[in-house]
Design a binder for this molecule. Structure first.
Ligand SMILES: Nc1nc2c(c(=O)[nH]1)N[C@H]1C(S)=C(S)[C@@H](COP(=O)(O)O)O[C@H]1N2
Ligand SMILES: [Mo]
Length: 393
């Protein structure tokens, strides 16, 4: 586990949070033991979380460990708008979703959906900005290190089953568009703040509307009573408290779709011609040891994901990427969208060691050494940025 006292001392010596702190501990020094848990997330494990703001909570890197599934009490939270009132989970089966863009559109309650079909999928939920803190340039937004990600079990009705029940797609539909159930603050035009995202319609084949998360009703904080899950797609596409699901001809007019979550060079404004944060990429990071270890045999562990593909191999370096050794995946393979913990036992002499991991997916893609810096700090999967400096004594 991380020695918080040592971190605090180091923070004090460093003064303002510098990137050195990020590299050394894998989390922004400024956020250590930050705020208190907000009321809607008071049931979470405060020891395992970094509270950036009331709407952004990050899982500590050490807490990610070698867990097959991220406990709900440790899972990160990212809200663009304040979470709705607990009232919406009082009668979960009564929650109603508006369906549009199908041959026979209409509305359906969660209770009705439960009678149509049910499926379970394990997938990584990861914010587009996970790894943002490791970029050298200044970025706006939460300075996530590795903890805006978790591996989660979701159960719900497949969207393709719903589509079938409604007679299939209406003509000319290209996008699957989900709308969040938050109340829009008075006086604001909805498209400026509404959490509404469109993904290419083929994602319908694997998307589900989930009422269960890790074997329990989806907590309000994570989108209960009902959430859209698009396996393999970045967090933002997984709409919480979904109130409308539409097959549309065009992408949503919402700002979060048109100009937000667009990858572009530093200094450039977002626009719809730029790549959107849809599919995730192959990625891995070490979760221990993060700071120090005893000389001799050391167990190095972490987590790896293939993005939208099964994983093939995971390699670990103890010399900053000069040489690599193949590590072993731990536990069962839970499909192409899940992460897999990994471990390697290495013999480490006393001294400073830079530990890195590099995943390769079955589609042949590997993590790059560096991921190109971009204006909002999205999509970082560079292995060098995720390396940790460990003192072995
Ligand atoms: N309705 C709604 N859905 C949402 C969001 C939101 O603010 N409102 N945030 C998105 C973003 S940016 C991310 S990363 C994930 C975070 O999911 P979590 O809070 O359950 O971890 O939810 C996505 N879905
Ligand atoms: Mo996000």
């Amino acid at each position: 586990m991380i020695d918080t006292l040592a971190i605090k001392r180091r923070q004090f010596l460093m003064g303002a949070a510098g990137l050195a702190g990020v590299a050394a501990y894998g989390m922004p020094a400024s956020a250590q033991d930050g705020g208190k848990l907000p009321a809607y997330a008071s049931w979470k494990d405060a020891d395992d979380l970094i509270v950036h703001t009331d709407q952004t909570l990050e899982t500590k890197r050490a807490a990610q460990g070698d867990a097959l599934v991220t406990p709900s009490s440790d899972l990160y939270i990212r809200n663009n708008l304040p979470a709705p009132s607990e009232d919406i989970v009082a009668d979960r089966d009564a929650w109603e979703v508006q369906f549009e863009g199908f041959a026979n559109p209409g509305s359906m309650t969660v209770g009705e959906m439960k009678t149509l079909g049910v499926e379970t999928v394990v997938c990584v939920l990861q914010c587009s900005g996970n790894g943002r803190a490791f970029f050298d340039h200044e970025t706006s937004g939460s300075q996530w290190a590795t903890g805006a990600a978790g591996n989660v079990v979701w159960t719900g009705v497949p969207v393709r089953v719903l589509a079938e029940a409604m007679g299939g797609a209406a003509e000319g539909r290209q996008w699957l568009t989900g709308t969040g159930g938050e109340e829009i603050p008075a006086g604001l035009p909805p498209e400026t703040v509404q959490v509404e995202r469109s993904v290419p319609i083929d994602a319908m084949e694997r998307a589900i509307l989930a009422w269960e998360m890790n074997g329990e009703p989806v907590p309000l904080a994570h989108g209960g009573p009902l959430r859209l899950i698009v396996p393999g797609y970045f967090g933002v596409n997984n709409i919480k408290y979904i109130k409308r699901l539409a097959l549309t001809a065009d992408q949503s007019p919402a700002k979060i779709q048109q100009t937000g979550y667009r990858v572009r060079p530093i200094g450039v404004e977002g626009d719809p011609s730029q790549p959107s944060m849809f599919k995730m990429s192959v990625k891995s990071w070490i979760t221990g040891p993060l700071e120090k270890a005893s000389a001799g045999k050391v167990q190095i562990h972490g987590v790896a994901m293939g993005g939208v593909s099964e994983l093939k191999t995971i390699e670990v370096s103890t010399d900053g990427g000069e040489t690599w050794a193949e590590a072993r995946f731990l536990g069962p393979d839970m499909g192409p969208y899940a992460w897999r913990p990994f471990a390697l036992i290495a013999d480490l002499p006393a001294g400073e060691h830079t530990l890195a991991s590099r995943a390769t997916a079955a589609d042949g893609l590997s993590q790059p050494e560096d991921f190109p810096p971009n204006e909002r700090g999205y999509g970082n999967n560079g292995w060098r940025a995720h390396a940790v400096d460990v003192t072995v004594s």
